[in-house]
Write a new protein. Structure first.
Lengths: 157, 541
């Protein structure tokens, strides 16, 4: 990956340019970077630091502060279990336990074959459908244990 | 471009006439909940069905924001604009769309899916903030304008002085809807008074409370209302730039807001010299990154500046030194959404709703073990019992009510004996909880209060920004102790320590997150002490 040849860096630069390369553009730039690259690899963080004239430690510090930013690549598929209060009251933790046991990974991890990332969310704001999980951007609500696993198998097959 | 109040009114009139040419509408709720139940496909199905049947002259299909009764999604309503009648259908699936159209074509009604709108859920609500939700197309600025949108702003810019806006907001008695309950008029006045070239209006759309989705619904259903409220704040306080800070986890809200801003700029409703006046105002969206602490005012400001969201000591207050050290007004989404109707109808009108000390209405997100989960707007002062039993429809499966949690991780659990308490800022505070932003999580007899306290404490522990020790270390220790209670391994000493530590964290933390973090523990200790005592090992008791 090279800054000169990889067009994705241009996307990130566009955001920085729009905001006048001001240091306050950092978070917006990280969002654009994550959208285009999928996650924030060190090369990208260094690039942003250089362009915004910020120390790398500052960029790294901000990127690790916010939950939304990922510093590791995601698997081919992602499964996000909402752990908000309404989902918790309706047993989201049990669903997560089942998924962790089924795929042999903990929340936040990716399977060895890079097929599935199991993630949790603070609250996706669809509390009426609790408990809810998001299968590759497709929210599925009112889950029970059986359906949680069945949907996961369906997504991977 | 719209340059005057007259031009705005002309556009509104033209849009209304165009709309009336088509007598009926099928409105599909495209709020987040209905969307995840397949609303988009239903909208397409209805749209193509109407066209295939040649009904498009008399009927239009449109997507609208959240209607509120999320428990019965997908919601579709059939509206006759000439007679003003509306029939609501619930739990509509893609396969129902055809049956709905079959019935509609012959002038009949699909009775099997008809929703009973004479229920308390519909009749006991009072919609001010959500007046357009479920009615207008959030992607269409003209639809907002046709529903009196931007009328308050243009009328003000033409006929009123900034001080008059302040007076109306002060008169309305509106208090901050983010949970703090600080009088909005006073907040604005303190910024208006400061002499400064640059001032900012910031809208908090971070909504980090798990179990709350009021602001999300407002941003998705009626984004222009927020822009109008912010512009009015800008005029009142002398600010020309606004920012809306939205969680990146709400991609649809971000999309709707960005589209709304673009449309408003195109019509000259945002930008230089709005309505040919001397007033200029523009708004930009800034994305948050999922940090609960960024709901705290100083942390939010520092996050917009591009930093880790660490709060700082107050004073200086934001009114003196906020965003980039300029005087700043910071209100949440619902507060700004209240402004256009207040300016349109007057502060005295607004005071007619709610209680003396908490005027107006409040939007709540009802979730948990309750029949009608969803979004409701009620006048302040309504009792918890009315909200939960009548509007919410009570507890499902014949279970007994145990407690309602208000205010999220900063709030507390309120038990059965206080169900008749009126819901307002001061009453909830006296019960050891807070109004908060409006999440209401209902728990039945099967819920363990110790578990709930532990859940919230773990939340606060992981969300603590780490800047001050009482919060960083205190929430960690509290989580550990609560873990002992939940495993039933606690001792009597643990109980004493729990109480002491709650006091320390509350009194010595730097910001609101830490200061209120013990609330779920102290309120459950107050009302459900026996559950803690039961968790103490027998030999130690």
């Amino acid at each position: 990956m090279s800054v000169d040849t990889d067009a994705r860096f241009k996307m990130v630069e566009k955001t920085m340019k729009k905001l006048g390369y001001d240091r306050s553009a950092l978070i917006e730039s990280l969002h654009t970077a994550q959208e285009t690259f999928g996650y924030l690899e060190p090369e990208v963080l260094k690039y942003i630091a250089r362009k915004l004239r910020l120390p790398f430690s500052k960029v790294y510090g901000v990127a690790t502060f916010y939950h939304f930013f990922r510093l590791k690549p995601k698997g081919k598929h992602t499964l996000v279990v909402c752990m908000g209060t309404a989902c918790y009251i309706k047993g989201a933790n049990k669903l997560l336990d089942k998924l962790e046991a089924r795929f042999g990974i903990k929340a936040g991890e990716t399977t060895k074959d890079d097929l599935l990332s199991l993630l949790t969310a603070r609250c996706v704001g669809s509390c009426s459908l609790a408990p809810i999980a998001i299968y590759d951007n497709r929210p599925v609500g009112k889950l029970d244990e059986e359906r949680t696993l069945a949907e996961a198998e369906g997504m991977l097959s | 471009m719209i340059r005057s109040l007259e031009e705005l009114q002309e556009l509104a009139e033209k849009k209304r006439c165009d709309d009336e040419a088509c007598k009926e509408e099928l409105r599909v709720c495209i709020g987040s909940t209905c969307l995840s139940l397949g609303a988009e496909a239903i909208q397409k199905e209805l749209d193509s069905g109407v066209k295939a049947r040649g009904l498009e002259k008399r009927c239009r299909v449109k997507g609208v924001g959240c209607n509120g009764l999320c428990a019965a999604g997908v919601l579709v309503s059939q509206v006759n604009k000439a007679s003003g009648t509306e029939i609501l259908f619930e739990s509509i699936t893609e396969s129902d769309a055809k049956a709905l159209l079959d019935a509609y074509e012959t002038g009949a009604v699909l009775e099997s899916k008809r929703s009973d709108t004479t229920r308390a859920f519909f009749t006991k609500q009072k919609k001010i903030v959500l007046e357009n939700a479920g009615y207008i197309d959030p992607d269409d600025i003209e639809d907002y304008i046709a529903h009196q949108g931007y009328a308050a702003l243009f009328d003000t810019l033409t006929n009123a002085l900034p001080g008059e806006v302040l007076d109306e907001v002060k008169l309305s008695g509106l208090r901050g809807r983010g949970g703090g309950g600080y009088p909005t008029g006073l907040k604005w006045e303190s910024v208006a008074k400061v002499e400064s070239e640059v001032k900012y209006i910031v809208c908090n759309g971070d909504e980090g409370d798990p179990g709350a989705f009021m602001d999300r619904a407002i941003m998705e259903a009626d984004p222009h209302r927020i822009l109008e409220g912010m512009a009015l704040a800008g005029y009142a306080c002398g600010a020309e730039q606004g920012y809306i800070y939205v969680r990146a986890e709400y991609p649809m809200a971000v999309e709707k807001l960005n589209r709304a801003i673009k449309q408003a700029r195109q019509l000259g409703i945002l930008g230089r010299h709005i309505a040919d006046s001397g007033f200029s105002f523009d708004v930009e969206v800034r994305l948050g990154g999922g940090a609960f602490v960024c709901g705290e005012a100083t942390a939010l400001i520092t996050s917009i500046e591009g930093n880790r969201g660490h709060p700082r000591q107050k004073p200086p207050h934001l009114s003196d030194s906020g965003l980039w050290n300029a005087p700043t007004v910071l209100n949440n989404v619902e507060t700004f959404a209240n402004i256009p109707p207040i300016i349109r109808n007057g502060g005295a009108w607004y005071r007619g709703f709610g209680t003396e000390k908490s005027p107006g209405t409040k939007v709540f997100a009802l979730t948990g073990q309750i029949v009608n989960t969803g979004l409701v707007e009620v006048p302040m002062g309504m009792s918890l019992r009315e909200i939960i039993e009548e509007i919410g429809g009570g507890i499902p499966d014949g279970k007994k009510f145990k407690a309602v949690q208000t205010g999220g991780p900063s709030g507390g659990c309120i038990p059965e004996q206080h169900m008749d308490t009126p819901v307002d800022y001061d009453s909830l505070k006296s019960l050891g909880s807070i109004m908060g932003s409006g999440g209401m999580i209902v728990m039945d007899e099967d819920s363990s209060m110790v578990e709930v306290a532990r859940f919230f404490m773990e939340f606060c522990q992981s969300e603590s920004c780490g800047k001050c020790a009482p919060c960083r270390v205190g929430t960690t220790e509290l989580s550990k102790i609560l873990g002992k209670f939940s495993r039933k391994e606690a001792t009597a000493r643990d109980l004493d320590q729990l109480r002491d530590l709650c006091e320390v964290v509350k009194e010595t933390s730097l910001c609101g997150l830490g200061q209120t973090a013990p609330n779920p523990v102290t309120s459950t200790l107050k009302y459900f002490e026996s559950e803690y005592l039961d968790a103490i090992r027998k030999e130690n008791a």
